[in-house]
Every structure is written in C-alpha cells, then in structure tokens.
Design a protein around this ligand. Structure first.
Ligand code: GH3
Ligand code: MG
Ligand code: MG
Ligand code: MG
Ligand code: MG
Length: 314
C-alpha cells in the first residue's frame, strides 16, 4: 500500500534496503547509562544490521573506542555518571580525527541548549528524545555516507590513478613523519629511486597505451616485491621506495631481486609482450630532510643510467 501510494516512502524504503549489506561493516557505539534506552537504540541498529557495541558512561565509551578503533559512529546520551555526553564529545575530538568518527548526541526536548552544546563540542548531529525510528535511520545513514565520502576522497587524493600505488603527496607526508621518528632514534632512513630505462622508446614503439600497460604492470610487481615497504609513483615513469629496513643490506638484496625479476620476466607482464628494465639509486642517511635523501638517491640513479642502465647504484 505504502509503495503504491507514496513515492517518497518507496524511495526511502528502497534506499534503506540497499544499505543493509553495507551496514554490516559499520560499527556503532551506543553510550547511555540507562539500560532501557541502550537496549532501545541497539535494537533499532540491529534491525538494520549495524554492528553494535555498548557503554554505560563516557569513561567506558573511551575504553571501548580504544579497544575498537574501527568504530565509526558514536551515539551518546548526555546525562550520565562520571562523564557527560557533551564532555565525551570533546574527548573524542581530542583523541580521534573527525573524518574517522561521527558523533550523534541524544538530547531531551526539554533542553534546547543541549543540542547546540553537542554540536559546538564536535557532535555531527543530534536526536531529540523521544525520536522516531525513521528519523533515526535517516540521520545515521547520512552520517555514515559522509564518512564514506571523506574516506573515498582521501584515498583518491593519496593514490596514483594509473598504477593504484600511493602518490607523491602520500609518500612525502608519510616519509617525513617516519624520518622524524627515526632521527630521534638515530636510525637511518633509506630511499630508493627507480626509473624505467628508455621509456620513451617504449612509447614510440608501442604507443602511449603500451607505455601505460608497462606502468600498470610494474605497479603490481612493486606491490609484491616490496609488500612491507612504501612504494610510490612520484610521476611519469619514476618511482620511489621508502624502506622499512634501517640498514642498507636488506634493501640492496630486495632491489637486486626486483631488478633481476624484471630483466627476465618483464615481457611476460603485458599483452604486447614489452620487455623493459629499470635503473635504481639507493640512499641512506640519518636525517629529517626527505629532499636531501631523494637528491642523494637521484644522484646514484644518474650514475646507474650513466654506467649502462639496468643496475643499482648505492
Ligand atoms: P632513460 O633511460 O634515460 O630514463 O630514458 P627515458 O626514455 O625513460 O627517459 P625520459 O625521462 O626522457 O622519458 C620518460 C618518458 O616517459 C617521457 C614521457 O612521455 C613518458 N611518460 C611520462 N608519463 C607517462 C605516462 O603516464 N604514460 C606513458 N605512456 N608515458 C609517460
Ligand atoms: Mg542518561
Ligand atoms: Mg624519467
Ligand atoms: Mg626513464
Ligand atoms: Mg631520463
């Protein structure tokens, strides 16, 4: 009947049904000192297949969050012993990035100022008690959508479209942080620069699509050969690796294996059977300066090109 008579209700129901499989991966924390309220909210969540965790006050909520970092939505009451919901908001915003977690406050109708305080303290939304189930699901799924959009945009901003590898922006951000930590421990930072040999000839002979296919295929080889290191496409046919190792020996071995693998197998990687090799430079410094490490690795790479290509210089 609803479906026939009311287009809006029909679209709403369809959207909610489409969301059920997604909801199974969304963890929601319900914070309320009243067991009856907790049970009510949890039952609504479970009916729409959300994963539910519960806490009976702010302190317990913080402990549960610490244990379950994948929780993405917190629905919190305000009046609770130990720590009020509005204080819990401040703590969550202090400890976690606001693109990772959405907070929905629950306020009574009798207290209009509370919803404002929730929002000022970092909540994304609030529900007025007593709330109806449809409004609850709408507000919740809008907040989950928002978090998913932010994650998608963040992933895209950090990823190279062609190879799927991390891009220059992600590489620089991550390596700068790691170098700082290593410098404090007097550990070496190790970066390799890798450049495909005579790539212009690949493009000339096989066309731009052939060149792209080589870039895509080398991306996969990087991902398997340097699974525990950070590989990025810095631009064009140039790649960089930041090593988990703090000593050069292991890196040299891995790079040599990678080079030899390509030397013998590169033509099997593309449908056009394009053979190619790479030149590599490795630099090792105790420094916080990523530019100086890259410049050093680039100089070694230049030596590798100059002395015949298809080799590692360090
Ligand atoms: P060398 O061994 O000295 O590195 O020679 P090379 O030809 O690889 O060097 P060069 O840096 O002069 O040429 C790189 C070429 O890579 C030029 C450019 O057209 C091509 N290139 C850059 N980005 C892409 C891309 O995304 N796709 C394709 N197909 N080609 C690209
Ligand atoms: Mg309460
Ligand atoms: Mg180049
Ligand atoms: Mg090149
Ligand atoms: Mg060049």
């Amino acid at each position: 009947y609803i479906i026939k008579e009311n287009k809006q209700a029909y679209h709403y129901l369809r959207r909610q049904l489409e969301r059920l499989p997604r909801n199974e991966n969304v963890k929601v924390l319900v914070v309320d000192d009243s067991m009856a309220s907790r049970n009510y909210v949890s039952a609504l969540l479970i009916r729409h297949k959300y994963q539910v965790l519960e806490a009976c006050d702010g302190l317990e909520a913080l402990a549960v969050l610490k244990e379950n970092p994948e929780i993405s939505v917190i629905i919190t009451d305000n009046e609770m012993p130990n720590m009020r919901g509005e204080e819990l908001c401040i703590e969550i915003r202090r400890l976690y990035s606001d693109d990772d977690k959405a907070i929905i406050g629950i306020s009574g109708v009798e207290n209009a100022n509370l919803s404002t305080r929730f929002l000022k303290n970092g909540a994304n939304d609030y529900l007025r008690k007593p709330f109806n189930a449809e409004e609850f699901y709408c507000r919740l799924s809008q907040n989950v959508d928002m978090l998913e959009h932010i994650q998608t945009i963040r992933r895209q901003a950090n990823t190279d479209y062609l190879t799927g590898l991390p891009n220059r922006r992600y590489f620089f951000d991550t390596v700068k942080k790691s170098l700082k930590a290593r410098f404090g421990k007097k550990q070496h930072g190790l970066i390799a620069m890798i450049d495909i040999d005579h790539f212009k000839q690949v493009n000339d002979k096989y066309g731009h699509d052939g060149g792209d296919a080589v870039l895509e295929s080398i991306g996969k080889v990087f991902a398997t050969h340097f699974a525990s290191d950070l590989v990025a496409r810095l631009g064009g046919e140039e790649f960089a690796i930041y090593f988990k190792d703090t000593k050069p020996e292991g890196c040299v071995e891995k790079l040599e294996q990678f080079r030899k693998y390509l030397e013998s197998n590169s033509s099997k990687l593309t449908t056009q059977k394009i053979a190619f090799t790479v030149s590599m430079g490795l630099a090792s410094q105790v420094t916080t300066n990523i530019e100086s490490l890259i410049k050093d690795a680039d100089e070694q790479l230049y030596q590798a090109k100059d002395t015949g290509r298809n080799r590692l210089v360090y």
